[in-house]
Write a protein that binds this ligand. Structure first.
Ligand code: GLN
Length: 186
């Protein structure tokens, strides 16, 4: 199992550290050649609008979308990464890869000052930084994996997992084992 981390912008290094910790081979992804030998891909947090621009300019957007749509790869989007995956993005509205059937509101908890740490309803450590809020989930296509005060914060659709927060900053390496290695059912 080799997992790439999209390394255009944002918090990719901390994901690499988590993958190292649980013994999953990893690499930074900047070109289409970097995608060639991967079984999975992490879309990190950062600034989704900037990431979108960089992906479009570099021509990598289409490559990433077809990698995701391949269906045999495991995809994990955190925070800005989740925003890229969503079918609908509001506040402000923004284009996206449209592969995870949810509506997200950007900066849904407020500004950087309203960033916080919490335990999820299932006891996972979570760091929320200018996090989006999932306003709607198409439950015919996606499963809510975890919540915060009953509100969805982690959603799964077959091979795609998205979280509104940063497990890599909260030190939750277990989610990488459970999702990428399939150690436990999410
Ligand atoms: N608010 C950012 C955005 O809209 C996401 C923040 C994050 O990834 N920590 O892209």
């Amino acid at each position: 199992m080799k997992v790439g981390v999209l390394a255009f912008q944002g918090g990719y290094a901390a994901h690499i550290r988590m993958l190292d910790l649980v013994g999953i081979e990893s690499s930074e992804v900047r070109t289409s050649r970097d995608l060639e030998d991967l079984d999975g891909l992490i879309l990190p947090g950062g600034e989704s609008s900037t990431q979108l621009k960089l992906l479009s300019y570099s021509g990598m957007k289409e490559e990433i979308v077809s990698f995701i749509k391949d269906g045999s790869k495991k995809i994990f989007g955190t925070c800005a990464g989740l925003i890229l995956l969503a079918t609908k993005v509001v506040s402000p509205s923004q284009e996206s890869f449209s592969v995870l059937d949810i509506r997200v509101k950007r900066n849904g908890y407020g500004s950087q000052l309203q960033s916080f740490e919490a335990l999820t309803d299932k006891g996972r450590a979570a760091t929320f930084i200018r996090a989006p809020r999932i306003e709607w989930v198409d439950e015919t296509k996606c499963r809510v994996v975890d919540t915060l005060n009953k509100e969805p914060i982690m959603v799964c659709k077959v091979n795609i997992l998205g979280a509104t927060y940063h497990p890599e900053l909260a030190g939750d390496s277990k989610i990488y084992e459970d999702f990428f290695l399939g150690l436990n059912q999410l």
